[in-house]
Design a protein around this ligand. Structure first.
Ligand SMILES: Cc1cc2nc3c(=O)[nH]c(=O)nc-3n(C[C@H](O)[C@H](O)[C@H](O)COP(=O)(O)OP(=O)(O)OC[C@H]3O[C@@H](n4cnc5c(N)ncnc54)[C@H](O)[C@@H]3O)c2cc1C
Length: 427
């Protein structure tokens, strides 16, 4: 077991080399290339996060799941480790790494506590990445150093009570103020991760999507930075009693004529559809990565249990049906893992155009994680149904991954649209 001191020093080393982490595949041979850890920097990152997840994240997961509360002090520690800005430019306090690094961090955190990991992904992959890519330099300076340090926790607000999959059906509207220096934002957002951190007040800062033009053909969406304390911005409610991801706070947020300065527009006025599409790719990839963490942990738990648990005078691992559950889970996990890391390798965070596979990895990996966690419960029998044995929590957590960030059905729809564009040819 590694101490926190050695973790921090490995991170210092990691940060130093992360600035030159633009790795080249041309120097890799087929025998030395490791898809899951393509460079020494990625291996170091995996070791760092795995060690932190096994020692600190695992230790609190059951308690925070039961109390449905968010472990804010532990979350802030991720900032000290350089994980909250894993993809953010070192000029803004980040670690400057690539999409593969985000996938590694997410897979490792999710293997210990998928709920803690969801809050992490929304903050780092969605909020911070979105701002880095779509925001301007003044906004990056204003928010990213604090976000990377864990001093402010971010979220993304798209979904509304009447519009989720149909994102362009949102009703939240922002109209310019009389002096033209502000927008007045009115509407309600539902199911917002990190929407509250304490259950009583709003979370810290959000990129909020709103209509600014009801007639525009491209949806007329604009995104705004909205901060805690802005008059008219309040917590509607904390969403309690979720099936899973109970340690990740989810909230309804209310905007009542919130005066948002024009400088808080992220990207172009009316141009948020593009921000949305860019952000969906890393979001879906990270959800697929969280699925990998759930599946891997479920396989580890069920295979260890099957070798130790005896029935009819022998380990249950000797029974063909148990072998089938474990072997099929492993093969499906590895197929998903290869797909996810291959898409991560090709994903350029600064552009977009990987939509088909960003949908594809999530469509494959999320149901895979649920299936594997379900088999793990079955292999553990009665014990599998009890919180202490972890897999029932993983199974409940896995359920969200088929809904949030795009439902399975939304992926079918998007993928068919993109597959049509291939004109019958897959390169
Ligand atoms: C715990 C949690 C955290 C979340 N975090 C966030 C967050 O941080 N930010 C945020 O903005 N949102 C967040 N969400 C919202 C999430 O992204 C939405 O729930 C999701 O996009 C689905 O939208 P919906 O719930 O409105 O379902 P709906 O869109 O109403 O869908 C209901 C059903 O109809 C199906 N359906 C809809 N349209 C079609 C179609 N065209 N073809 C076929 N089937 C269709 C759907 O697939 C689904 O099965 C979160 C949700 C949860 C539960």
């Amino acid at each position: 077991m590694r101490s926190q001191g050695s973790l921090t020093s490995s991170l210092r080393h990691l940060r130093a080399i992360a600035t030159r982490a633009k790795y080249s595949f041309s120097t890799s041979t087929s025998t030395s290339f490791d898809l899951f850890n393509p460079t020494p920097e990625h291996s170091a990152l995996r070791q760092l996060v795995r060690s932190f997840a096994e020692t600190e994240v695992e230790a609190q997961a059951l308690e925070f799941n039961r109390s449905e509360t968010f472990n804010l002090p532990l979350f802030r520690k991720l900032g000290g480790l350089g994980l909250l800005g894993v993809n953010i430019d070192p000029a803004y306090g980040g670690s400057g790494m690539d999409a593969t690094a985000a996938v590694i961090a997410t897979e490792e955190l999710a293997s210990a506590d998928p709920a803690f990991c969801v809050s992490y992904s929304v903050h780092s992959a969605l909020f911070a990445n979105n701002l880095q890519i779509n925001g301007n330099d003044e906004q990056r300076q204003r928010f990213l150093p604090r976000a990377c340090a864990g001093d402010v926790i971010g979220g993304i607000a798209m979904t509304e009570p009447h519009a989720g999959t149909d994102v362009f059906g949102m009703k939240t509207f922002a109209k310019p103020s009389a002096d033209g220096r502000h927008f007045l934002l009115t509407g309600t957002k539902l199911y917002i991760t990190n929407g509250t951190l304490d259950g009583k007040t709003t979370g810290d800062v959000f990129i909020v999507y709103a209509k600014t033009d009801n007639t525009a053909k491209d949806g007329g969406l604009t995104s705004f930075l909205v901060e805690k304390g802005m008059p008219g911005f309040s917590l509607g409610q904390k969403i309690e009693d979720k099936c899973g991801m109970r340690a990740s706070p989810t909230a309804e947020l209310v905007f009542d004529d919130v005066r948002v300065p024009r400088e808080n527009i992220v990207g172009e006025q009316g141009g948020a559809a593009l921000c949305l599409m860019r952000n969906f790719e890393i979001e879906r990839l990270c959800i697929a990565a969280a699925s990998l963490g759930i599946a891997r942990r479920s396989i580890e738990v069920m295979s260890a249990y099957a070798q130790q648990r005896r029935a009819f005078g022998q380990p249950i691992a000797n029974f063909g049906q148990v072998q089938k559950a474990i072997a099929e889970s492993y093969a499906e996990f590895m197929a998903g893992r290869s797909y996810v890391y291959d898409v991560a390798r090709r994903l350029d965070l600064r552009s977009y155009g990987n939509g088909l596979d960003a949908d594809g990895v999530k469509l494959f990996a999320a149901p895979m994680a649920k299936r594997v966690a379900d088999r793990a419960i079955q292999v553990l029998g009665g014990n599998g149904y009890v919180g202490e044995y972890v897999v029932e929590r993983l199974w409940r957590d896995s359920r969200l991954l088929e809904i949030a960030g795009g439902t399975n059905e939304a992926h079918h729809k998007n993928m068919m649209r993109d597959i049509k564009r291939l004109r019958g040819r897959i390169e």
